[in-house]
Design a binder for this molecule. Structure first.
Ligand code: DP6
Length: 403
């Protein structure tokens, strides 16, 4: 009998940013956060897990390369916690259940997006790890319970166990048992929400989120103001904006929170810069686009947000994506013709440079950047939580090694 399972899990991009831990071992945050889950049809981590009495240790391969599972490290904690849940919830209650918690596991994981693109893979990666072990172990657990474990792999991973709009409630207990993710609304609530990721060329290796946020906790007075006086109200306001499908409110809060996150990075000693000149030019272009629409309708139509790197994610409603891509390509010509997965430019064979601006747009807000400054565009939309895949999708061969 082979005990194995394969699942895939999505990427999430925060609108209210997690930045700072009050407990670095349990990964308990200094503030709540909220994200949008992106569609796995475009970006995903896929993970296969197998438990077998013949295995001599727990082993894990990421994109076919073996990673060392360090004792007491994040991966080892997640695997240990999942085995504990298997024993407690399945084996201790059903004497006939195979004792999978006593077997070692082999785990193979694969990201369908290049790590070199600079897209964070730890959220989807740990969510896929936890969901594949949950499937392997037949755990009768809701995603919120599993989020307690994914959180200990990487904080933001706890928000990738559900689709749609997901809040990570910071909690107050020292055990972390109330620091979990809850779904604010499923993807079906607002299916017209799209995301455009602008992959920005980045020569240098930036400060990791893990070390960067701890330096901010230790040195930034602005962070204290943010966690006490800003984030709590924003969590309330953005949840309401989402439930009302009020894009204008959603976008304004998202942009303000991205900017405050980068402000607390700058307020860190020594300061941390995640955005570069290209990132700032994208902000200028989106702000100008919104200015035109506010003049016409009183409402903004696009929201930028940046994580711990220079890439931009632009949220907008599906009906605006085409004109936004045109504008982005106008200022950031593409090395390779952009072919839209939704067929937006199917008639004209794609878009490479010189996209159209909208009426009233002030061209002087940015220069035309050199080819490849934005080295790729990924157009995707809001999506669902982890999926259990069929046997034929397994990443492990008959011996339990990566294929
Ligand atoms: C800027 O979840 O990568 O993307 O918990 O140390 O693994 P660790 O950090 P991580 O931090 C993500 C920070 C962020 C904001 C966010 O996703 O909320």
């Amino acid at each position: 009998m082979v005990f194995q399972a394969t699942t895939s899990a999505p990427v999430n991009i925060a609108c209210i940013k997690y930045w700072g831990k009050r407990d670095t071992t349990l990964i308990l945050p200094t503030n709540s956060s909220l994200s949008v889950t992106l569609d796995q049809d475009h970006l995903r981590s896929t993970t296969s897990s197998r438990a077998d009495p013949s295995f001599t240790s727990d082993r894990l391969w990421l994109n076919a390369k073996e990673e060392i599972i360090k004792d007491g490290g994040r991966m080892s904690t997640c695997i240990k916690e999942m085995k504990r849940l298997r024993k407690q919830l399945v084996e201790d209650t059903d004497p006939n259940a195979p004792k999978l918690s006593t077997y070692h596991v082999h785990i193979a994981s694969y990201n369908n997006f290049p790590t070199a693109a600079g897209l964070a893979s730890s959220a989807s990666g740990f969510a896929a790890l936890v969901s594949s072990l949950a499937a392997l172990y037949s755990l009768p657990c809701p995603p919120t319970t599993l989020s307690l474990i994914a959180r200990q792999g990487s904080g933001s991973a706890c928000r990738s166990l559900q689709g749609g709009f997901v809040a990570w409630e910071q909690g107050s207990q020292p055990t972390g048992l109330d620091s979990h993710a809850v779904q604010i609304a499923p993807e079906s609530h607002w299916p017209t929400l799209h995301a455009l990721i602008c992959v920005v060329n980045d020569a240098k290796k930036g400060t990791s989120s893990t070390s960067g946020m701890q330096r901010t906790v230790e040195t930034s007075p602005l962070l204290q103001h943010r966690i006490k006086n800003v984030v709590p109200q924003r969590m309330v306001d953005i949840s309401k904006a989402i439930l009302d499908k009020d894009f204008d409110a959603f976008a304004r809060i998202t942009m303000a929170d991205s900017n405050q996150f980068h402000a607390v990075a700058l307020d860190t000693t020594p300061p941390i810069f995640y955005m570069n000149d290209v990132s700032r030019a994208i902000i200028a272009v989106v702000e100008e686009y919104n200015r035109v629409w506010v003049e016409k309708t009183g409402k903004v139509k696009a929201a930028y947000t940046f994580d711990a790197g220079p890439n931009a994610v632009i949220y907008t409603e599906g009906e605006n994506v085409k004109e936004i891509i045109e504008i982005i390509v106008r200022f950031f010509p593409q090395q390779e013709t952009f072919k839209d997965p939704f067929g937006l430019f199917a008639n004209d064979g794609g878009l490479k440079e010189g996209g159209k601006l909208i009426d009233g747009f002030n061209e002087a807000v940015a220069k035309t950047w050199e080819l490849g400054s934005v080295k790729g565009l990924i157009h995707t939309k809001i999506g669902d939580g982890p999926r259990v895949l069929g046997e034929e999708e397994t990443l492990l061969n008959a011996e339990g090694l990566p294929k």
